[in-house]
Design a protein around this ligand. Sequence first.
Ligand code: ACO
Length: 323
Amino acid sequence: MTFIRSKVVGLGSYLPSKVISNNELSRTVDTSDEWIRERTGIVQRHISETETTAEMGIKAAQNALIDAHLLSSDIDALIVATSTPDLTLPSTATLIASALKIKGFAFDISAACSGFVYGLTIADALLKTGSARRILLIGSERLSKIIDWTDRNTCVLFGDGAGAFILEASEAIGSLADEGILDTLLCADAQEYHLLHTSGGIASTGTSGVIQMNGREVFRHAVMKLEDVALEILKRHSLTGDDIDWFIPHQANARIIDSTAKRLGLSSGKVIMTVHQHANTSAASIPLAFEQAVKEKKVKKGDLILLDAMGAGLTWGAVLLRY
Ligand code: ACO
């Protein structure tokens, strides 16, 4: 029997050129470079002045197509994970598909900072059932548009950007030695949605609203849930942290990442950390970190990689893949 794996055949990213340092932020809100670095690890964030979520996603997608040596006509499905769509309808995915002349089916998913892990799980299922042969998955966010720039509790934490994977259905033997997505695990606890939400929405206030968060509680949940889901997916395959080549978690806070890595028994040499440069770019953070790690020649083809994310909802999940 043929076994299908979803292989990562192309990576792309895009960051807007404007960079705002902690010191610059401290001129407009009551904060300091020292506080932000100590509590979050963040040093700077990229902020889009004019580019929309779709426009950043298009650039990340074009870079992924170049990386994969493919044309947009080779893509037969497009999924965009975002919390900051350009329009209420149609989806950002269809706007990107229109610009790139992709003819396959296209839709958005909303799972906040877990969006890319949710997207990988959906893409994997579509490839395994034969609904598509090649999927372009994009995480793109213009979070600067849903931030209250006078609220020091939230405005220091987020940034804009986009990352993309091209996934291809590939025949495999069905073992952990296969290249591609090996397993996925998704979770949600809707009872805790109130911990992190926007102050409005199209069907309630008629506006997008701004991010409001109980930071301390979100932090507490993140540390527990990221560890739990990572341990569970490893356990399913009789693996431990020692077997993993790279841990690429959602980039929200260096303290959350360090704590999760420690609980998983991973040395810091196996952890990809980009939060200091990008801040929290929600659904874009994992593909941005992944591509940077490949460019820096840390992550190599054949490496066993664990992805882990938690975000609003609360939603969380993990993906085990061999690059
Ligand atoms: N500059 C200076 N002081 C600040 C700032 C700031 N930017 N923000 C908050 N403070 C103050 C608070 O007002 C508080 O003051 P008070 O004691 O006088 O009331 C004090 O700092 C301490 O606040 P805490 O909430 O205890 O600070 P903590 O150490 O928990 O750090 C932080 C706050 C960074 C928000 C942390 O809780 C966190 O990272 N939580 C996770 C949030 C997150 O990452 N959300 C993103 C989406 S979910 C995800 O991606 C996992």
